[in-house]
Ligand binder design. Sequence first.
Ligand SMILES: CC(C)(COP(=O)(O)OP(=O)(O)OC[C@H]1O[C@@H](n2cnc3c(N)ncnc32)[C@H](O)[C@@H]1OP(=O)(O)O)[C@@H](O)C(=O)NCCC(=O)NCCS
Length: 165
Amino acid sequence: MNTVIRPFQPEELARIKEITVAAFDGVSIDRNIEDRFGPIGNHNWQWRKARHLDEDAARDPAGIYVAEQSGQIVGYITTWCDRQASIGHIPNLAVDQRWRGQGIGRQLINHALAAFRTAGLALARIETLQQNEIGRTLYPELGFEEVARQVHYCMALQPDSSTTH
Ligand SMILES: CC(C)(COP(=O)(O)OP(=O)(O)OC[C@H]1O[C@@H](n2cnc3c(N)ncnc32)[C@H](O)[C@@H]1OP(=O)(O)O)[C@@H](O)C(=O)NCCC(=O)NCCS
C-alpha cells in the first residue's frame, strides 16, 4: 500500500498522541516508572508520555511529519533542528502496530534525515532504550552509531523521608 509522508497539521495532535500511548507501552521510561512507583500525582504514564508530543509540537510543529495510508495517519516522527550546533534531533517516532513491518518507520526516519540535510545540518541524533529491541536494531541498520548509554534513576519522595538521617 502506498504511504505518503507529509507535514503534520495541528488538528492531528490527538491522533499522534493516540498512536504514541499505544506504541510506547513497554518501551517508555514513563511506563517503567509507573511499573515501579505506581501512578504519580494522579497521572498515569500515558498522560506523561502524550505530553511529550505537546512539547514537540510547541517547539517545532513544522518539524513533525506524519505517515498516511488511504487518508489515515498510521505513524509520525517529530524533529527539531539545533542550527547553531548543526544537529538535527528526533525526539519521538511511532508507527501504529497494525502498520508495522512495512518500512514506514524507515521512511519516516529517512524523511527526517532528508529534511536535516536540506537544512544543512551536519549530524542527526536519536535515542532508544536498552529494552527497545526494535530501536536498537533499526537505528544502526539505518547508519546511526552508538555513542553513549545513560542510566535513569527515580526515588519516591515520602513526607519527611529526607529528614530521618
Ligand atoms: C520503531 C517503529 C517506529 C518501527 O516502525 P516500522 O514501520 O515497523 O519499521 P520498519 O518496517 O521501517 O522497520 C522494521 C525494522 O525494525 C526492526 N525490527 C522489527 N521487529 C524487530 C524485532 N522483534 N527485534 C529487533 N528488530 C526488529 C528491524 O530492523 C526491521 O527491519 P526489517 O523489517 O528490514 O528487518 C515501531 O516499531 C514503533 O512504533 N515502535 C514503538 C515505539 C518506538 O519504539 N519508537 C521509537 C522509540 S526510540
